[in-house]
Design a protein around this ligand. Structure first.
Ligand SMILES: [Zn+2]
Length: 96
């Protein structure tokens, strides 16, 4: 439960600061605990992992090169998928 904690912290800080401004600074006497608690909630909310779930690490997609591997039918070497001519033996793959 990360977001509600952060929201609560923001609300506490906003209310505390608003109270300070509305009362021309006098309100800081009773508003500072609100701001302090708000900051603590904000920090806890920011540090804790959301719902204890493991942090999602974006897996790099399989590279196009490794997925589109192709082998020359003439010499058997690995060649680029989109190549029309084998760079090793010069075999032409374009169908005519
Ligand atoms: Zn070849």
């Amino acid at each position: 439960m990360r977001e509600p904690l952060v929201m609560l912290g923001v609300i506490f800080i906003v209310v505390g600061v608003a109270l300070t401004f509305v009362t021309f600074g006098i309100g800081i006497i009773c508003a500072w605990p609100l701001i302090v608690v708000g900051l603590i909630l904000l920090l806890i909310g920011a540090v804790l992992p959301p719902d204890g779930r493991p942090v999602v690490i974006h897996q790099p997609p399989p590279s196009e090169a490794s997925r589109n591997k192709r082998y020359c039918t003439n010499c058997g070497r690995e060649i680029p998928f989109d190549s029309n001519v084998c760079p090793y033996c010069g075999k032409d793959f374009r169908s005519k």
